[in-house]
Design a protein around this ligand. Sequence first.
Ligand SMILES: [Zn+2]
Length: 124
Amino acid sequence: MSTEPRTVTLATADRGTVTIPEPAWCAGHSPHDPETEYVDIIHSGPETSLTFRSVVLLAAGLVQSPHASPSAPHLGGRTPGVSVHPVGRTLGPVDLYELAAVLDTYADALRDLGDQLDALRGGQ
Ligand SMILES: [Zn+2]
């Protein structure tokens, strides 16, 4: 296994072909739009999704925009984060733990509804 830093070479609309460091967690840039601006280059890791009966309810994955402006941190930025859909935000660790806690609470509420429905139907 190579000990050389991993890089990726990408076409950009404003700077031509650039070679930048590639994080080990990045899943790659295929397909890549050559009209992408340099500041809009984004590294993306594999997504993990919550799917129920073929409907994706929630999806999340590591992202980093290494050349982004810091003006809109909720849209991602130079610091790696986790992009969450359909929340439409890039979250940090504290936000992710908060989301996980909300999902735990929601799962309990679904079980309570299931119990209530079961009782309404006479336990059938
Ligand atoms: Zn990448």
